[in-house]
Structures are given as C-alpha cells and as structure tokens.
Design a protein around this ligand. Structure first.
Ligand SMILES: Cc1ncc(COP(=O)(O)O)c(C=O)c1O
Ligand SMILES: N[C@@H](CCCC[NH3+])C(=O)O
Length: 444
C-alpha cells in the first residue's frame, strides 16, 4: 500500500515468456507456466475468465489454508483461538472454509454475525469488535451466544450492560485498549494511535475495567487491541503486547481476572516488494514475549484478515480498449473502482499480470476502469504487451476486494469462484442488473 511511482512501472514484466515455470513471490498457489499462462491452484486463469466472464474474483482454497497453517503451527500446544477477521473477505464459502478448519471469527456488525452463522461458524468462537455497536446488534449477538464483545468505549460498556440485564444475561467483555503505538502503515488503516477513533486510551483502561467489573450485566473475560493493517514489522506488535501485559498485571492486581489476551490482526502481505514477517514468525515472537513476562499459559487470540486471504485471490478483467495518447496511454478494462477500490482509495499498488503473456513491445499504460471518475484506476505506469480482448489478473485481491465492492455507476458486482484442487466452485453468482434496483419503488 504505497503511492504509485514510475519506479514500479516494470512490475508486470517479471515473468519471462515461455521456457520455464516461474513462481510469484508471496503468492503460494500462483505461477506462470512454461507456456506463459498464469495459473492459480493449477487452473488457467485465462480459461476461467473466458468461461465465467469478467470481472471475476478467483480464490484458491489451498492458498488460504496454507496461510492459516502458519498461524496454526506457531500456536500448536498453546491455549489459543484464531479469529478470522472476516471483513477482509466475507464470502460464505470462504467463511465455511475457515470454520471447518476450526477458526473463530472477528466480526464488526450484525450483518457479519448473520454471515458467520449462515456459513456454519461457531458463535462461541466469535469476538465482536467495532466502535458503534447498536443495541439491536448487541441483543442479537447475546442471543446467538458470541464468545466476547470487544468493547471500545465507556458508553458502549453502559449500553451493553443494560441490554444484557434486560435480556436476563451477562455479556462477556474484553476492553479494546488503544495502546498508542505507531504501526507504521497508511494513515487510513492505522488504528492504534491516540488520534484514531478506536479503543479505550491505555491510561483510562484500568478505570474502565473497574467500571466493567461493577456493572451488573457484564462479565470481564479479556483484553484486546488492534493497531492497524498491512503491518510489515514485528516491533509495533511487541510494543503493543508489552503495553497490554502491563495493563493485565494492573487489572489483575485490582482483583479483576482476565482470561485471554487478544492482539488483533493486521499482518501485512507482499503486494510488491514488502517483506512482512511470516504469520509463524509473528506468533512465535508474541508467544515468546508472553512466556517471558510470565503469561505463557494465558489464552492468546489473534484476528488475522488480509494475511489469510489477500494473496489467495485475484481479480480477472478483460481489456476493452487501448487508447494511446500524447502524455498517457490508457488501457481501459472492464473492472473498475466499484469492483476493487483499494487503488482509488489508498493509492494502493497492486500487481497486474497478463493471464497469457504475449511477445512484442510493452508500452507503459495506466490501467483504468469504465467508471466516470478520474480516480478510477487499478494500476498506473504499467509496462504491458497487450491487445484488446486480453485478460489481466490484478494480484493480491483476495482481501478487501469484493468485500469493499459496490454498485457505483449501476455496475452489477462481479462473480466469485473458489478453486479447490480440480474443482471450480461458483461461490457467488454475477449480480444481475435487475438486482441493482430490486429494492426501489416507483411512485404511485
Ligand atoms: C478489530 C480488527 N481486527 C482485525 C482486523 C484485521 O486486519 P487485517 O486484515 O489487517 O489482518 C481488523 C482490520 O484492520 C480490525 O479492525
Ligand atoms: N480496507 C483496508 C484495510 C482495512 C482494515 C480494516 N480495519 C485495505 O484495503 O487495505
């Protein structure tokens, strides 16, 4: 996630045309075969694009489970729960994949709760985060039996207690502490600084725990934080965990027992040349700090999103027109900012690869969508040998891709496929134009 620059123009030229197979760094199930075809979990992406149409999201189940295995290996033997942060990709089949693998879920809305339940997820493994939970969302989550509410303010504590008392229940709570640690990431996705809206300030948390312990509808069970997203360093995590453990000790000294410590999610992936720690390295470092501070037997929760699904998915799009110009060459494709908003929203750099390499000159293009906004671009200054009708793959699109898609310009949303070995599952049909206005009414 960094601004575009001319230095990145060569990104797409990495793989040679024909000869031998080339793997793509950070993309476990993606490779360019000897004939120049891009394959995900063995499937030709060009063939899938032609068969199912574009724009099309394609995910590899094996790549998701590979990523999960890194967390699982490092946590084996320790009391733990991996809560997939489903905002990254909330397709039901993706949720089902993680539920079957034993995961819990980090949710942030009533809608996310219903999705987890529809996918067969275990409510007793759900943690409910978010700064603006409504009373109705609280009631529904209590009724479903979620494991814990990650409470983000004093006002929320009071409301949750009242809702629980009215329902004749006690709500399990963890306080989301804002540790004021700089995660070193894009300002829009940093969440653990004093200036951010998230969490209860570290220096107010002990008083908040005392209040929580005194409220009749609450049962204190844990502590959590989440400092940001696309984090590529270990240090911010260790700083944040150290600050959480300071609080755990102060809270327990005040006679309030805490069962678990939840360090949130946020681990980054390789979009271009980032080298984040592996999930395994991250969790081993966190577990080591817990052990060194005498908290080795306390349950550790993690809430990874992007690092489980980001590099397991691509967005396929077809080149519609090539429009060379005096100062810029535009490659106009059939996917747009409504399908994948990350470039428009954060100036995020996402690799763009032809599904089938072709020989010949590779001019530099801005790859743009059909939406009527100059901010509607998927990649800038990309050297690509192209013809109209070619298929392109936007890489690393498994996280915050379809999950953030919309209908701007009355564009129906893309279809989604989940690859599983030889099988190709349509896990979301392409939206029909009529669905765009099915909830609207003409005047009488
Ligand atoms: C509370 C919470 N937990 C977990 C995550 C997952 O983040 P990521 O996808 O960066 O792992 C987020 C999103 O940043 C979040 O807000
Ligand atoms: N939507 C962001 C991540 C947000 C994380 C949410 N807490 C992205 O695409 O990178």
């Amino acid at each position: 996630m960094r601004p575009e620059g001319p230095a990145e123009a060569a990104g797409a030229g990495r793989c040679c045309l024909g000869g031998h197979e080339v793997t793509l760094p950070g993309h476990p199930q993606l490779l360019r075969d000897a004939a120049g075809e891009l394959r995900l979990e063995g499937h030709s992406l060009a063939e899938l694009g032609r068969r199912f149409g574009t724009p099309l999201y394609v995910y590899s189940r094996a790549a998701m489970l590979d990523a999960l295995a890194g967390y699982q290996r490092a946590l084996a033997g320790l009391p733990h729960l991996i809560c997939y942060a489903m905002k990254a990709n909330s397709n039901l089949a993706v949720l089902q994949t993680f539920a079957r693998a034993g995961c819990g879920f980090d949710i942030v809305s009533g809608g996310e709760l219903e999705r987890v339940l529809a996918a067969g997820g275990d409510p007793a493994k759900i943690v409910f985060s978010g700064v603006g939970k409504t009373a109705a969302e609280m009631r529904r989550a209590l009724e479903a039996g979620v494991r814990c509410f990650n409470v983000e303010s004093l006002g929320e504590l009071e409301r949750l207690s009242a809702v629980a008392v009215a329902a004749g229940r006690r709500a399990p709570v963890s306080l989301r502490v804002n540790p004021d640690v700089d995660a070193g990431t894009h300002p829009y996705i940093s969440t653990g600084l004093k200036d951010n809206k998230f969490g209860i300030p570290h220096d107010e948390a002990l008083a908040a725990y005392r209040r929580a312990a005194a409220l009749p509808g609450l049962a204190v069970v844990g502590i959590d934080c989440h400092i940001g997203s696309q984090i590529t360093q270990l240090e911010p995590y260790l700083d944040a965990l150290g600050r959480l453990l300071d609080l755990v000790e102060a809270v327990e000294a005040a006679g309030i027992a805490l069962h678990h410590v939840d360090v949130g999610g946020g681990l980054g992936i390789t979009y271009t040349d980032e080298t984040p720690p592996s999930p395994e390295a991250l969790v081993r470092a966190l577990a080591e700090l817990m052990r060194a501070r005498g908290h080795g037997q306390r349950e550790l929760l993690v809430e990874p999103g992007r690092s489980l699904v980001g590099n397991a998915g691509v967005l396929l799009t077809e080149v519609q027109y090539l429009k060379p110009g005096e100062t810029k060459n535009f490659c106009i494709v059939d996917a747009a900012m409504n399908d994948l908003v990350r470039p428009a929203m954060y100036e995020a750099w996402m690799a763009i690869e032809p599904c089938q390499l072709r020989a010949g000159a590779a001019p530099v293009w801005d790859v743009v969508g059909p939406v009527c906004e100059s901010g509607d671009w998927l990649g800038r200054d990309r050297a690509l040998a192209l013809e109209p009708g070619d298929l392109l793959a936007v890489l690393s699109a498994g996280a915050y891709g379809m999950a953030m898609a919309g209908n701007y310009n009355s564009r129906p949303r893309a279809a989604e496929l989940l690859l599983d070995g030889d099988a190709v599952h349509v896990v979301r049909e392409r939206e029909d134009s009529r669905a765009l206005f099915a909830l609207e009414r003409l005047l009488a």
